[in-house]
Design a protein. Structure first.
Length: 60
């Protein structure tokens, strides 16, 4: 597990997910960011930022 995945797991735990859920959510989010980066010809970081913005907006 890298630092980004750990950070995402911690974020999802703060949002109410349990340990297993947070692991799955972080893994899936990173996979989706990788897919979007390839599809849209953007960096993985930019794709991850866009996805995180959507998640946080959905929490409001």
């Amino acid at each position: 597990m890298d630092a980004t995945e750990k950070m995402l797991q911690d974020l999802f735990k703060q949002m109410g997910a349990d340990e297993l859920q947070s692991q799955r959510m972080a893994s899936q989010l990173l996979k989706r960011a990788n897919q979007l980066a390839k599809e849209e010809s953007i960096s993985e970081i930019e794709a991850l930022q866009n996805l995180l913005k959507k998640i946080l907006e959905g929490q409001k």
